[in-house]
Structure formats: C-alpha cells, structure tokens
Design a protein around this ligand. Structure first.
Ligand SMILES: CC(=O)N[C@H]1[C@@H](OP(=O)(O)OP(=O)(O)OC[C@H]2O[C@@H](n3ccc(=O)[nH]c3=O)[C@H](O)[C@@H]2O)O[C@H](CO)[C@@H](O)[C@@H]1O
Length: 373
C-alpha cells in the first residue's frame, strides 16, 4: 500500500497518525509512507526522527478575532490554503498514494482537500467528542470518517462515519518493554504519579505542581512532573526563585519521548483531557485526575473528560478551581486509596479500545483497495 498521512500542530494529532503507520508497517513491511506536515508544528521534530519520508507545506490557522488584525490574518490564511492545496497536489502527484489519511490540524485541510479533488480515496480520523474545525470542513469532501467517541457521530454526515477508536490506544496497550524507573532516578515498585499537561505542557498545571513539590517530597508515592518542552526553563527558574529543592521523590522533565513505555508503569495520572491522552489512559486502564484546557474549541476537553467522569474512571478539576492545596488533596486521596484506584482503573479500561489501530487499518486498507481498478 502507498499511504499518505497528514496531521499536525500538536501531539494529539501526530501520535495517532504514527500509530496507524506503525500498525501498517507491521502488517505490510513493504508499504510506502509519506507524512505531510508543516515546518512549524511539533511533527517536524517527531516524524523525521522516526525515519519516515516527511514533506512540508506552508499553512496557518484561522484567527478567531473579528478585528482588523484578525481579518488580515484570515486573508493570509486563505491565500496560504490555496497555495497549500497546489503544493499538496504536487506531492500527491509525485507520491501516488492509494489512500490519504488526515488526523487533524490545519495542515491536513489542504492535503485531504487536494486528494479528494484528485479522486484519491480519503479518510479523516477525529480523536475528539466535539469535532475540530478542520475535520468539520473536510467532512464534506472525504470518503470516510473514523471516530473515537460515539458523541462525534451526529456531527458528521452519518453514512461516512465508522467507529474505530484512537490507534494510539493500541500502541500503548501492546507495548512490552523492560522499562525501569531507575532511568528517571526513581525506584521501581513504588506508586508513581505522572503529571503532564498534554503534548505542550500547561502553564497553570505547571505553576500548581511547582508549588506542590515540597509536599510531594514528603509523600510515600513518587512523582514524575513533565513541564512541556517550551516551558521547562520557566519552571526551572520558578523553582530556583522559590528556593524549592525537588527531593529524591520528584523528577522534573521537559518531555517524555517514550510515553508508550512509561505509561504502563504509572499508577495514576494528572493531566489535561486531550483525546489522545484519554485514549491511552483508557486502553491501559489507569485512574486519572483531569484538568481540561479551557482554551480549546467549544470547550471540547471538558466534554472529553466528562465522558470518563460519568463512568467513574476519572476525577475532574476545572482549571479555574485548580490550586496547589486542591491538587494535593485530590492526589493524596487517590494515591492513598488503592481500592479506589483499582475501581477507577477498571472503569477506565472498560472504555478503552485496545485494538483501535487494527480497526482503523482495516478501514484504510479497504479504502485503498477501492482505488485499484
Ligand atoms: C491545546 C490543544 O489544542 N489540545 C488538543 C490537542 O492536545 P494534545 O496535543 O495535548 O494531545 P493529547 O493530550 O490528546 O495527546 C498528547 C499526546 O502526546 C503524548 N505526549 C505528551 C507529553 C509528553 O511528554 N510526551 C508525549 O509523548 C501523549 O502520550 C499523547 O499521545 O489534540 C487533542 C487530540 O485531538 C485534543 O483533544 C486537544 O484538545
């Protein structure tokens, strides 16, 4: 199969694409793969490092401000989109894909639009319960739409929709490694809490976690606190300024690049409610304390989180109510109650789709075959 994939901007769009690619490579080692992203997005760091063919086009998102500057940005966005479609057509002509898959982020708009106009079979994957702007636009043009939350179904043309789950779930659920916390200067066989604010890190979660370090230092669980690559130096500075000394119990990292190896070793998670993170948490069956980002379209992270809370799989703290004492109280309660951890873990696991990559690959393979004469 010749598969072209496009998705970018944040990890939540990139990792599902990579999970699909990995699953395809396992089933069809001769498959040819081309990933299209932007130079500015996180994909330009993650994808080439995997040894994949990586092509870029130049695009930008729409501004939501209705002022003059917003208008100017949006005129530029449309110009770049039209140029992006031309560039995408050229890439498609060169690569000759059997099928083109989009996993969200504005870069996929031009690539999937161009492919559909060229009559190449197309599929988009929507990770969230509330449909993103790019996928909403593309839903009119593509052949098939794979979803990971049933709630998304009614927001798309019904006849195109198929539930597959999020392929990253399978990747995390299937991993077999000999990971040891000693790589992080921590110990094995000790309850471990992972704190991370999605793929980019989150300002408020970082601030509150910094303030909680002295308390975490005294607990009998250990803490891995991931700041996000761009926010690491600020966190370090804050810690120095506040004269905080992280003890042997707390480790601070900018980013974890081997999350599928790390996550299975974690007892509980504090994090945002990005859809791909939630797919991982549920596939593994881990209890979580979710702090949805209030800065995303239609508050979709709150809806993502609510679906776990409704099943007893997670607790939610709104960002507005997040303080260090509140975080410590909720974390302590969970970490000191193994029975509750187990109940939440089981509830989470019931929601997981640990074969999502195979399900998505089956749909993609059928679509690719539909192209052959
Ligand atoms: C601010 C924003 O627009 N967020 C969106 C973005 O979130 P974001 O990019 O944060 O995505 P998610 O939380 O869904 O997924 C993060 C991914 O990055 C990985 N990871 C994270 C931290 C780290 O150190 N190492 C690492 O590998 C996680 O394991 C996961 O695979 O895409 C999601 C999926 O469409 C949406 O639901 C989110 O609302």
């Amino acid at each position: 199969m010749r598969l072209m994939v496009s998705g970018g901007g944040t990890g939540g769009h990139i990792y599902p694409a990579l999970a699909l690619i990995d699953d395809l490579k396992q089933h069809d080692p001769k498959a040819a793969i081309c990933y299209v992203g932007t130079q500015r997005g996180l994909e330009s760091k993650i994808v080439p490092a995997r040894g994949l063919q990586f092509e870029t086009i130049k695009l930008q998102g729409f501004s939501r401000s209705l002022n003059w500057a917003g208008l100017k940005t949006n005129v530029k966005t449309v110009q770049l989109f039209l140029a992006g479609v031309r560039d995408a057509r050229r890439l498609i002509k060169d690569f000759q894909p059997d099928v083109v898959v989009g996993t969200g982020g504005y870069v996929s708009s031009a690539v999937l639009y161009a492919a559909s106009r060229m009559h190449i079979p197309t599929l988009i994957h929507e990770q969230n319960s509330v449909v993103g702007v790019t996928n909403k636009f593309l839903s009119r043009f593509v052949d098939q739409i794979a979803i990971a939350f049933e709630d998304a179904r009614s927001q798309f043309p019904e006849q195109k929709v198929i539930f597959t789950g999020n392929p990253r779930a399978q990747q995390v659920a299937e991993v077999k490694s000999h990971f040891s916390w000693s790589e992080y200067g921590l110990v094995d066989n000790k309850p471990t809490l992972l704190i991370f604010g999605g793929s980019q890190g989150a300002l408020k979660i970082n601030a509150v976690s910094v303030a909680a370090i002295p308390t975490f230092n005294q607990r009998d669980y250990q803490v891995v606190f991931v700041t996000g690559q761009k926010r690491y130096e600020d966190v370090k500075q804050q810690i120095a300024q506040d004269h905080i000394v992280p003890g042997e119990n707390v480790v601070i990292r900018p980013y974890i690049s081997n999350m599928p190896e790390v996550l299975p070793q974690v007892s509980a998670i504090v994090g945002r409610a990005g859809a791909t993170s939630l797919a991982e948490i549920t596939a593994l069956g881990r209890p979580s304390i979710l702090i949805p980002s209030p800065y995303v379209t239609n508050d979709h992270q709150t809806k993502n989180a609510q679906s776990l809370v409704n099943q007893g799989a997670a607790e939610m703290i709104s960002e507005a109510q997040l303080t260090a004492p509140r975080l410590i109280a909720v974390v302590d309660q969970l970490m000191n109650d193994p029975k509750r951890q187990a109940q939440m873990a089981m509830a989470a696991k019931k929601m997981g789709v640990p074969d999502a990559a195979d399900q998505l690959l089956a749909v993609v393979t059928d679509l690719a075959r539909s192209r052959q004469p």
